[in-house]
Structures are given as C-alpha cells and as structure tokens.
Design a protein around this ligand. Structure first.
Ligand code: NAG
Ligand code: NAG
Ligand code: NAG
Ligand code: NAG
Length: 454
C-alpha cells in the first residue's frame, strides 16, 4: 500500500509500487522448541517487513550484529504477486480512469514457491535463522495480492506457503485454522514477554466498509489470549499500522491501509486491551518507512506503535536524488501521533531507507526499561524511545502529558496541507507552462509575419 506515498510526487510518475532463545506458542503451535531453552530470558527482539526477494538484502548483517534472540516478520515477507508495467495506452492500460486491468495480479503457486525459496536462501537471512527463532505473519503481497482481504481465493494455498517458509511444524494446528494468527510466550516467570501476531488479511472486509479486520473467530481467540495470565510485556504484531492514520492527512492524494480506516474495529481493539490490564506495545510494517507513534487516550497508559518497513523497500529509494522531497512531505504532513524527539535522524522523525525494528529490554535496570528503535542498514538507530515498563500500566503518573488529538481532529486547512501544497504547485507549474507556450506562439507568429513582410 505504502507505495502510494510516492504518488504525490506526480512528476515522478514512474512510481515504484510500494511498500532465543526458543519460545513456545500457548496453543502448543509453531514452537520450534529446543529442549531446555524455554526459560531463557529474552531481551533482544528484531522485526521487519517488506522484503523484495529480487533485491539484494545487505541489512541482514546489521540485524545479525544486533544479535536478536527472536526475529518477527510483519508481512510482505516476499513480493508474491505479479505487477504489470505502468501503461497509459494500449491493450493493458494500468493507469488513469480509462485503465482496463489492475496493476497487480496473483502469481501461480509455483511462482510463489520459487519466490519464498529465493528469500529463504539469502545468506544473511539463513544466518539469522541459525541463531534466532523466526516467527511471523503476513501482509498483502505475501498473502497473494496487493490490498487484498477475505475475498482473495488463493488464501489457503498462500497460508500453507507462508507457514512452510516459517518452518512451522507439519502437525501444527496453524495449518488447519483459517488465517495465520498465532501467539507465543517467552522467558521465565517475572520476565515474560507475550507476542501476539495478528492476521489482518484472511478475514478482512473491504476497505471503506468499516467492517471487520480480524473476523469473529480471530477476535474470540484474541480475547482469550489477552485474558491469559499476565506477562510483563505484551507485543502485538500487526502488518498494518495501528496508531497512525496517515490517510486522514494525505487524502485525496493517496490512502494507506491501517486500523484507523476501520474505526469501529480499532475501538474494539483498544477496549479489549484496556480490559486486559496488559502492558501492550504494537509493532507494524507495510508503509515503506519507519515511524514511532504514541496515543495516550486509548487505554489508561500510552500505547506505542513501532513501525519498521522495509527490509529492502523504502520511500526514499524510489528516486534517491529526490529523497529530500519525501522528507519534506513527511515534515509538512501533520502527524499528531508521531513521536518527535532528539533520537530521530531527520527532523521529520520518519526514516525512508531500509530499516529494521529493534526492541531491547533491560530487565536488570531499576525501573526495568524497554527500548524501541528503528535502525538503518548499518545497525545505527534512526528513531527511538526508552520507556520504563511501569509507564505501560494504568497508574496516576503513567500519562504525564495527555494528548488526545487525532489526525481527524485537526482543522481542515492543516489536515489538507500536503494536498493543498501539491495542488497549488501543480497549478503554478501549469500556469507557467501555459505562459511559456503563449510566449513561444507569439514569438513564432512575429517571426512568421516578419518573414512574410520580407
Ligand atoms: C523478480 O524477478 C522476476 C524475474 O526476473 C520477475 O518476474 C518478477 O516480477 C520480479 N519481482 C519483483 C517483485 O520485482
Ligand atoms: C480454506 O480453509 C478453511 C479452513 O482452514 C476452510 O474452512 C475453507 O473451506 C477452505 N477454503 C477453500 C477454498 O478451500
Ligand atoms: C482515519 O482517517 C479517515 C479519513 O481518511 C477517517 O474516516 C477515519 O475515521 C480515521 N480514523 C480514526 C480512528 O481517526
Ligand atoms: C494490573 O496489572 C498490574 C501489574 O501488572 C497489577 O499490579 C494490578 O493489580 C492489575 N490490576 C488488576 C485490576 O488486575
């Protein structure tokens, strides 16, 4: 979806489509359990999304250097669907209101298998698989089709292919359920981390329906998972962003998929979390840049969403010489929930080159702290926040500075700032073009007349 970010750079019409220690599942699923390791403390978790299997993927060495005990795939783990070249004219027109075929179409099972094989054979990733447990969920391109939801007919086949890629045990119930959601528990009592991976595709109603993202079966499962015995930290992985609702400030230029576009469903998620009394942090992918967001008014404590995207895909990579424009656009787009602090590499506090997410827990510090970061392909942090675990609990001082303003609450002129800027720029450009054409015509006329007179 994220790819749409580039659309505002209309002049760039070339637009590339965007962007353990061992644990065990509580359902006994997917465990890759290695005997004797269940109790090991987990303090380093990496995650990532949006990895084009065709591209070289140098970032794995930075991930391996971070030495995570757990790596979490958050979707677009391969680009499984096929893409037609952009065409304005001809039999297969993919652009404009007169287009007659969609840009993306599903691949065959054979093609998908080959793409997963290619991804799995990347040396850096193979290396990671040897040292860390790898778990994951999917997003649209590995589910099988750009922006697809429950209507996608190939989903049972692609479910099997993803689970094979993740080395799920052949007898795992995860093969038999409808969708790839799963949960895991890591660490000994007192230092436990629960990881819940959502499936935001298999049951998702159409965009703009304000229907369901998870579907009732998955909701019932999630409710049970959140009611399960308390853990010190609960990480919820969602392929799409939970807190940010960028569409509210970028429409009508482009839209992103996110929980914000299913407001009822998002409220339900926040209510479940509030009821659960768990310390939840979200991680997400999809958008081809990294961002940390925070919302203070969903539960009784600040809810963070750390977005890392992608392993290869980045909005600033599309046209590298125009990267500054992308950062400028990020800067002028109002983002009420984005975390701005001195740890950001750029003023926009977004990062549009390849990156991965890094979570570190300092269990020995007093108070115990959680560091959430996005890191670049050298392993250097580009965004980050450190939070005492005690801040992720409902208490009198967990929210010092309560800020409940969402993107949709902004005044119209501020909300549409990016669109206004782009449309005004285009208008000025067109006017200049017209003036130029007029000048050329009148010059030519004058020249012609002069010739005749001569
Ligand atoms: C990867 O390369 C193959 C073969 O060159 C091509 O068919 C496919 O469309 C490419 N996929 C992506 C996601 O670039
Ligand atoms: C897909 O799998 C689910 C259960 O996992 C099953 O109920 C459904 O009928 C299957 N659909 C198809 C098209 O095979
Ligand atoms: C997100 O933005 C869309 C407009 O693009 C709006 O319809 C929706 O209600 C917003 N969601 C939230 C939770 O603010
Ligand atoms: C909520 O969790 C905290 C710490 O995890 C605990 O101290 C508190 O008793 C819990 N509250 C309820 C209502 O369960």
């Amino acid at each position: 979806m994220s790819a749409r970010l580039v659309i505002f750079l209309i002049f760039l019409a070339a637009g590339n489509e965007p962007c353990a220690h061992r644990g065990w599942s509580e359902r006994g699923v997917a465990a890759e359990l290695r005997a004797g390791e269940e109790g090991r403390v987990v303090s380093r978790i990496a995650f990532g999304s949006c990895a084009n299997q065709n591209a070289s993927q140098p970032i794995w060495s930075a991930i391996n250097e971070f030495d995570p005990q757990l790596f979490i795939w958050l979707g677009d783990n391969i680009y499984g669907d096929n893409k037609r070249p952009p065409r304005v004219f001809g039999k297969e027109r993919t652009i404009g209101p007169w287009k007659n075929v969609p840009v993306f179409f599903p691949a065959s099972e054979q093609e998908l298998r080959e793409r997963y094989r290619l991804q799995k054979s990347k040396p850096g990733y193979s290396n990671l698989r040897r040292r860390a447990q790898v778990i994951g969920t999917w997003d649209d391109h590995d589910y099988g089709l750009n922006d697809a939801g429950k209507e996608f007919s190939g989903k049972n086949i692609t479910q099997k292919l993803l689970l094979d890629f993740l080395d799920e045990a052949p007898d795992s119930p995860r093969f038999r359920q409808a969708g790839v959601y799963a949960s895991y528990l890591f660490g000994p009592k007192g230092k436990q981390i629960k990881v819940i991976l959502l499936d935001t595709r298999y049951h998702r109603d159409p965009i703009r329906s304000d229907g369901s993202i998870l579907g009732e079966t998955q909701w019932a499962w999630l409710d049970k998972e959140l009611r399960a015995p308390a853990t010190q930290i609960t990480i919820i992985g969602s392929s799409i962003q939970v807190i940010s609702n960028l569409s509210a400030t970028t429409a009508p230029l482009f839209h992103m998929e996110c929980w914000g576009r299913f407001p009822k469903e998002r409220r339900r998620l926040f209510e479940l979390i509030e009821k659960s009394n768990r310390s939840v942090v979200f991680i997400s992918g999809d958008v081809h840049y990294a961002e940390i967001t925070r919302y203070d008014c969903a539960t009784g404590y600040p809810l963070y969403d750390v977005t890392s995207s992608g392993i290869t895909q980045g909005v600033e990579k599309v046209v590298p010489s125009l990267a500054f424009l992308v950062r400028l656009a990020a800067l002028v787009t109002p983002a009420t929930v984005r975390v701005y602090n001195s740890k950001c590499r750029y003023k926009s506090c977004t990062y549009g080159m390849p990156n991965f997410g890094a979570i570190e827990v300092d269990w020995d510090a007093t108070p115990q702290t959680l560091r959430l970061e996005a890191r670049d392909s050298n392993g250097d942090p580009v965004l980050g926040v450190s939070i005492p675990l005690s801040d992720l609990q409902v208490s009198a001082n967990s929210i010092r500075h309560r800020d409940c303003i969402l993107e949709v609450h902004l005044p119209w002129i501020l909300r549409r700032r990016l669109s206004i800027l782009v449309f005004v720029s285009i208008a000025v450009f067109l006017m200049l073009l017209i003036v130029l054409v007029c000048i050329i015509i009148s010059l030519a006329n004058r020249l012609l007349r002069k010739c005749k007179i001569d």
